[in-house]
Ligand binder design. Structure first.
Ligand SMILES: [Cu+2]
Length: 69
């Protein structure tokens, strides 16, 4: 398992937090460890998913990945 921190644009409120959390949790192999307005920390199985797939799930909800590390 690996952890990635994401800075996310477009999140403004608790609804956004819930939407991003749900989007990340639907990615197989991903566990949301921390989430707040503008950021998320996700632990994930490298054999099941990738930072690219996690980022795509967030962007599909209408938010922007500013950077990951
Ligand atoms: Cu919101």
């Amino acid at each position: 398992m690996t952890t990635v921190s994401m800075k996310i644009g477009g999140m403004t409120c608790g609804h956004c937090v819930a939407s991003v959390k749900k989007a990340l949790e639907t990615v197989q192999g991903a566990v949301v460890e921390e989430i707040a307005v503008g950021s998320a920390q996700v632990r994930y199985d490298e054999g099941a998913t990738s930072v690219g797939a996690l980022s795509q799930a967030v962007e599909d909800e209408g938010y922007t990945i500013l950077f990951t590390h």
